[in-house]
Write a protein that binds this ligand. Structure first.
Ligand code: GCW
Length: 715
């Protein structure tokens, strides 16, 4: 008997010692230590009845088994009737017999979770119009337990505010990831379709737990090969894995594919043979992937081919693909990230200038994908002026989850605050209250095709995202795409409870760290509206001196415009006049030195070094203080994290501790470099209360990072 027990213990040992490596994301399902609470939950969950058989229902059963056996150490007995936890679609006889009333706004993907009393028995019901709705409801239900909420009085109805909630992978077919900082691509193209990595399944689970319902597998800097049969078989294998999780696959379409893989002499979208080629290609794709979502296209931008190569417009280009996809209900996400070094105008104005004249010229199944700001995923940007301005063309949001410009994978920067700042901004384009979010979800525009994309931060790193806290950005994107009214704090709290701990003190400390981290990063990188002053091409670290490159609009001096007079890009009427692309309300605010929020000051104004800001400090002084404050705030994060040593498992604590130390070095490097560099223009001392930078500007200029991650050789 003792030998038998020791054998059992020996077999269990690896599980007991299982390292907290972050692989399980927010779906950890560890046993709830409080037995009183466990018993309360168990009371509501005497039996489990899931009606029907299908791949999605099997996933629901498996997830509940996994979740409940983990959290409660127990799985409710299976039942067939109306007892305990009941999960079935609304039109099933079981639910019909319950007379559950749902709000008419319940969407195809929405769900209801409710306790009801039926024939004197208490039931907990998860219902929805579709099985995918049931899956989302199941994840929500598990989240209630994961975050220790009571199951006694639940009455939840939830529907997504945005229809297509999509991740954009910038993954290349060679396994590298452009702007990826978490290893290589998850897609093992070489071993597909034969080998299905378990990670594909866990990826789908994680996305479904957030309501993410689409994914673009390939980089927008596209390779036409993915559209060839050899690759379509591989794409089909992934689509088969994702389908029961409600996730549709999209691909990036290289505009010159008709030439490259179709052997046509041209890709001119108005040529009949080119149109036919796309039609045939799309028909072929649907044979492999019957529920294929459609294409995402980067055209005539940063060297990508596009309709303008043939003197055609973006609309003419997009419409050819849209016509090919329309019979199958596929859509085209056409990116508005276009700008050209040969256009002698402020880069931030170019997308608007290009797309406004095309308003209304796109087919119904085209949606224009617009980055949150008019430049390029900077630490902070004002919202893109196209939101709300294009009135006859559906628009969608593109956020960047991967931290290309925000410290990559060594920095703790919680992006929900950035996403939310943009979503909540009023565009005034449909009167007061037409926020970016209300434009995107169609509530002020009546657009029915709605979408939100996030350029993902996922890779082969064991913890998926590189930095343990970068998972929070994947999480926050998904939650906001489902419901943009959630606050960053609410999302941070949920994530922390599921990822780290439900201990109140720990939750508060981590939530506060998350909540402050973005402003901290903005402070030590690009305070007061500065932008694009990072390292050449890899974008790692500060390099405000970058100039004289083959493209002016990729240099730092183009953006900060430091000179002996002052700092900042004059985008008012006396400068590039980018402000004229905004609604009159914003024009007034942005053009006025008194009214402009300081966070956008140097984005729109060239400000004299000695001009006074609201707090009475000069620009030069305030710039220095912001840089120093940013670095000190990282120091504070380090101290806060130390206080959590006993509350967090050793492995993840050490991991974050080391990354915070790197982040502190990087923050001081940013601070020192930028104040020293801008000092060469301001010619003023760093305020005496601030410690002098340890090294000279020349030293910082000499630093090189030839193998910084995330870039492709051609960049
Ligand atoms: O942010 C920039 C990146 C490029 C990227 C481009 C884009 C995929 O530096 O790497 O290319 O934006 O969004 O198309």
């Amino acid at each position: 008997m003792t030998r038998f027990l020791s054998l059992i213990l020996y077999l269990l040992l690896p599980f007991a010692l299982r390292a907290e490596d972050g692989y399980r994301l927010w779906l950890r399902y560890d046993k709830i230590p409080d037995t009183r609470l466990v018993n309360q939950y168990k009371k509501e969950l005497t039996t489990l009845s899931i009606q029907g058989q299908s791949p999605t229902l099997t996933i629901i059963r498996d997830e509940l088994n996994r979740g409940l056996s983990g959290l409660l150490g127990y799985v409710p007995k299976p039942a067939t009737g109306l007892t305990g936890l009941v999960i079935a679609t609304i039109n099933s006889p079981l639910i019909q017999s319950l007379n559950i009333t749902t709000d008419p706004t319940l969407d195809e993907e929405g769900y209801v979770i409710r306790n009801i009393t039926h024939s004197g028995k208490r039931l907990l019901v998860i219902t929805a119009k579709t099985e995918v709705g049931l899956l989302y409801g199941t994840f929500h239900f598990l989240r209630l337990i994961q975050t220790r909420q009571s199951l006694q009085q639940i009455n939840i109805q939830s529907s997504p505010k945005i229809k297509v909630r999509i991740l954009n992978h910038w993954d290349n077919l060679d396994g590298t990831v452009e702007r990826g900082y978490a290893g290589f691509s998850l897609w093992n193209w070489h071993k597909l379709p034969g080998y299905i990595d378990d990670r594909y399944i866990d990826y789908a689970r994680a996305n479904a737990s957030l309501g993410i319902n689409a994914t673009v597998l390939t980089n927008v800097n596209a390779n036409a090969l993915v559209l060839t049969p050899a690759y379509l078989k591989k794409v089909a294998a992934l689509a088969d894995v994702f389908r029961p999780y409600g996730i549709k696959v999209f691909l990036t379409a290289r505009f010159s594919a008709p030439i490259e893989i179709g052997k046509l002499p041209t890709a001119d979208p108005l040529q009949e043979d080119v149109k036919q080629w796309w039609k045939d290609k799309v028909t072929e794709i649907y044979k492999y992937v019957p529920d294929f979502g459609g294409f995402v296209v980067k055209a005539n931008s940063e060297g990508q081919p596009g309709p303008q190569n043939y003197k055609r417009t973006h609309a003419e280009g997009a419409n050819v693909l849209a016509d090919a996809l329309a019979p199958y209900k596929g859509i085209v996400m056409w990116r508005a990230f276009v700008y050209d070094d040969n256009v002698p105008d402020d880069r931030v104005k170019q997308a608007y200038a290009e797309f406004m004249p095309l308003d209304g010229a796109f087919r119904e199944n085209v949606i224009v994908q617009v980055k949150n700001g008019p430049l390029d995923f900077q630490p902070r940007e004002p919202f893109h002026p196209l939101f709300g301005a294009l009135k006859k063309t559906p628009l969608m949001m593109e956020f960047q989850i991967t931290q290309e410009y925000l410290g990559q994978s060594t920095s703790l920067v919680y992006l929900a605050n950035l996403f939310k700042e943009v979503l909540d901004t009023d565009t005034y384009q449909y009167g007061k209250g037409s926020t970016v979010a209300n434009v995107l979800d169609g509530s002020v525009t009546q657009q029915s095709l709605t979408a939100m994309a996030g350029v993902t931060n996922i890779g082969t790193d064991r913890n998926w995202c590189g930095h343990p806290f970068a998972q929070a950005n994947w999480y926050a994107f998904g939650r906001l795409a489902w419901n943009h009214t959630l606050t960053p704090k609410q999302i941070a709290e949920e994530w922390t409870r599921m990822t780290f701990s439900n201990d109140q003190n720990t939750v508060e400390r981590i939530t506060t760290m998350l909540d402050q981290s973005w402003e901290t990063c903005v402070n030590y990188m690009t305070p007061l509206g500065l932008h694009h002053i990072m390292g050449w091409s890899h974008h790692y670290g500060p390099a405000p001196w970058i100039k004289d490159k083959h493209r002016a609009d990729w240099t730092s001096v183009y953006y900060h415009k430091a000179d002996s007079v002052g700092l900042g890009f004059n985008r008012t009427a006396s400068g590039s006049n980018a402000i004229e692309q905004y609604a009159p309300e914003w024009q007034t605010v942005f053009s006025s030195r008194q009214q402009i929020p300081e966070k956008y000051l140097l984005w729109f104004h060239h400000v004299g070094w000695n001009e006074k800001l609201a707090n009475g400090k000069t620009l030069w002084e305030e710039l220095c203080y912001r840089y120093y404050a940013g670095a000190s705030q990282v120091k504070q994060m380090q101290l806060d994290w130390e206080k959590l040593k006993s509350a967090i498992d050793a492995e993840r604590h050490r991991h974050v501790q080391q990354l915070l130390a790197i982040q502190y070095q990087e923050a001081t490097w940013w601070r020192n470099t930028c104040v020293l560099y801008f000092q060469t223009f301001s010619k003023q001392p760093i305020p005496a209360s601030l410690p002098a930078p340890e090294k000279s500007l020349d030293y910082y200029i000499s630093l090189e990072f030839p193998y910084a991650p995330g870039i492709k050789p051609q960049w």
